[in-house]
Design a protein around this ligand. Structure first.
Ligand code: PEP
Ligand code: MN
Length: 340
């Protein structure tokens, strides 16, 4: 349920409604929007729903009360009609500029991390990516450098000024990863790890939430709702491809998900064409398709020596291909009224 206040509702009227929501055992969440204030009512309302609509409609300053039947509320455009901007340092996700996050799949060494960071910065990336804790399908594959990897990322940030995006896989590692990272990545395999989602809701860091390979757009939004409802509004959604019967690529880019998400939610949306295709040659064209469809940014794997990469070499771009991707994406951005 959402309560939409009159444009001129006073702070006291908003306060009275919030107090009443608390009194009946529910939780108010205020969107202090520019044009109108909206209060989401969170909690189990069930059979009392209809009566509550009448009850709150009578409060002074209330324009109308609407039931939201979806299982996500804070993510919805009804609660927050304007696009949300997630600010990470100087970078704004969801604004006019298309944000490019680039870097290796895994942090492998100090030299590799610093070199890639400097190169992608030079070519126009706005954030550095790199995994220190890696969710590998096999326990015998490289698992990441752990804290040492986080230190290399932090040093790369110091040198280049690029904020760092890196994955956190376990609730116990959030404090450690948040100490070094600017954005916490929740990987596809953990999209429905609800304790992890709740915990990053208290991390004080923006979260890049990747869609699970077998999850619907709806499931992604319900996962985002876990983070938002814990009080962290800084969630960036990521389409990274889903599992289908098609096996010519690693995953299938669900390009439809981008306009669907932009319709249903105010949260910024980025596309990961590296994991969605799994093949370096398809990364740039699919990145362009994502930007053409309304994505607010892309996250791309770039490596100094893809053939020797410790993970995801097949889908990692060499520098010259990344440079060409940047120029193609720039032209598409301009064609759809964005900047790069
Ligand atoms: C990654 O970003 O390297 C990664 C493991 O992504 P995903 O969780 O989408 O597979
Ligand atoms: Mn990867």
């Amino acid at each position: 349920m959402i309560i939409i206040m009159e444009p001129g509702a006073s702070a006291e009227q908003v306060h009275d409604v919030e107090e009443e929501i608390r009194r009946i055992g529910l939780r108010p969440f205020l969107n202090p929007g520019v044009e109108r204030k909206v209060i989401a009512v969170l909690g189990e309302v069930d059979v009392t729903k209809a009566a509550l609509v009448g009850h709150f409609s009578m409060y002074a300053g209330v324009a109308r009360v609407e039931l939201i039947s979806d299982l996500w509320k804070l993510c919805s455009r009804g609660y927050h009609p304007e696009n949300s901007i997630v600010q990470v340092g100087d970078v704004a996700f969801g604004a006019e500029k298309i944000v490019v996050i680039a870097g290796p799949c895994s942090v492998e060494s100090r030299e590799q991390t610093l070199e890639i960071a400097e190169q992608v910065k030079e070519m126009g990336a706005s954030l550095l990516r790199g995994g220190a804790f890696k969710p590998r399908s096999s326990p015998y594959s490289f698992q990441g450098l752990g804290e040492q990897g986080l230190k290399f990322l932090a040093e790369a940030r110091e040198r280049t000024g690029l904020p760092v995006v890196t994955e956190v896989m376990d609730t116990h590692e959030i404090v450690l990863v948040a100490e070094y990272a600017d954005v916490l990545q929740i990987g596809a395999r953990n999209m429905q790890n609800y304790s992890l989602l709740k915990a990053v809701g208290h991390s004080g860091r923006a979260v890049l939430l990747k869609r699970g390979m077998g999850s619907r757009v709806k499931d992604l939004l319900m996962s985002a709702e876990y983070i938002l409802s814990e009080g962290n509004p800084d969630v960036i959604l990521c389409e990274r491809g889903i599992t289908t019967f098609e096996d010519s690529t690693r995953n299938t880019t669900d390009i439809n998900a981008i306009p669907v998400l932009k319709h249903w939610t105010h949260l910024p949306v980025v596309l990961d064409p590296s994991h969605s295709t799994g093949v370096w040659r398809y990364v740039a064209p699919v990145a362009c398709a994502g930007v053409a469809c309304g994505a607010d940014g892309i996250i791309v794997e770039v490596h100094n020596d893809p053939q020797r990469a410790m993970s995801d070499g097949m889908q990692s771009l060499k520098y010259d291909n990344f440079k060409s991707l940047m120029s193609q994406v720039g032209r598409i951005a301009e064609a759809v009224g964005r900047t790069s």
